[in-house]
Design a protein around this ligand. Structure first.
Ligand code: FPP
Ligand code: MG
Length: 329
């Protein structure tokens, strides 16, 4: 790319503005949890302080643009991380997971009762931040996304061990479960930053495709990585009966179809069953196929940016689409 000195300087300046905004999000998350009294805040701080990629606030900030009033964008960025964290706390209860972000989960340390309430506590804090006049559009997008997330989790739960699950149904589940929030972060950030409805819609479409790529890679990492690298239990999807893209591929592909179907239908997905299915995936194009799908959605995400005439964070959003598919954790 042919960058003049001015464009390099501008990019660096924008980047420091992004870093400043992310630091501010971190300070506010700390104030909402660690600096508050009560057991809910203390347990919430346990998860928030464990870190995380902060991808959702980053999307809000990048899509919020460099407008003069940063307050609504910061409110949406903090709310996005709170909603995401609440959803993970509830997800860990549903999954019976014992680690997240490299630390023990709330359900593992304090039980499901405390974990449900801590998730609700964060959830309420998020919507408190979105209740202002300037975040009305963001509020609408976020409530829609949360309803979609609940629906996605419900559908995933209903399809456990269902060997008839199609790729389209899988994509529909992950679109609701994961991509809806990333779409809302982009659209809500844009609206809070004063973008036109057209720009907000194009950015939401970027976020939706990014979210699909993100979840497919997440599912691939569950298949092929380890607890230590991920900071959460690996190889857990299949054990719980959640069929992801490599497995759906094997259930449709000739050579291993019958064996894989037998393991799953017989609910024999413990370590031995998992090892057999993983070997089958490695002997076929299952993993490459799923990765190609993730690349496809990352490409679609990049294409969504093309229709936006003025987008200061374009380069960073494009880079993010690349990072999502190359990540290892
Ligand atoms: C992680 O998926 C979970 C989600 C992306 C969404 C969870 C959504 C809910 C529990 C409903 C919404 C609830 C609230 C409070 C907003 P995963 O299990 O595939 O990923 P993991 O490996 O990180 O657990
Ligand atoms: Mg989970």
């Amino acid at each position: 790319m042919n960058m003049t000195l001015e464009t390099i300087f501008e990019a660096a300046h924008r980047e420091s503005a992004v870093l400043f905004a992310l630091d501010e999000v971190e300070r506010r998350l700390h104030r909402l949890t660690a600096a508050r009294e009560g057991l809910c805040a203390r347990l919430a701080a346990h998860v928030i302080q464990a870190g995380g990629k902060r991808l959702r606030p980053l999307l809000v900030i990048l899509c919020g643009g460099p407008g003069p009033d940063r307050e609504p964008v910061l409110d949406v960025a903090v709310a996005a991380e709170l909603i995401h964290t609440a959803s993970l706390i509830h997800d860990d209860i549903l999954d019976g997971a014992d680690t997240r972000r490299g630390v023990p989960t709330i359900n593992a340390l304090w039980g499901n009762h405390a974990a449900v309430l801590t998730g609700d506590f964060l959830f309420a804090a998020a919507f408190g931040l979105l209740a202002g006049e300037q975040t009305r559009g963001a509020m609408a997008l976020m409530t829609e996304a949360v309803q979609a997330m609940c629906q996605g989790e419900m559908e995933e739960g209903e399809s456990l061990f269902q060997t008839s699950l199609t790729e389209d149904a899988y994509i529909a589940h992950i679109e609701k479960k994961t991509a809806s929030l990333l779409a809302a972060c982009c659209g809500a950030g844009a609206l809070a930053g004063g973008a036109s409805p057209e720009t907000a819609a194009a950015l939401a479409a970027f976020g939706r495709n990014l979210g699909l790529a993100y979840q497919i890679v997440d599912d691939l990492l569950d298949f092929s990585s380890d607890d230590c690298t991920l900071g959460k239990p690996a190889n857990s999807d299949l054990a719980r009966g959640v069929l992801t893209l490599p497995v759906i591929y094997l259930l449709q592909e000739g050579s291993h179809r019958a064996a894989v179907e037998e393991i799953i239908a017989g609910r024999a997905c413990g370590p031995e069953g998992f090892a057999r299915i993983k070997k089958a995936a490695e002997e076929t194009a299952a993993l490459a196929y799923a990765y190609q799908k993730a690349l496809h959605f990352a490409g679609q995400a990049r294409d969504c940016l093309a229709s936006i005439p003025y987008l200061p964070s374009r380069e960073m959003l494009l880079a993010l689409a690349g990072r999502v598919v190359s990540r290892k954790s």
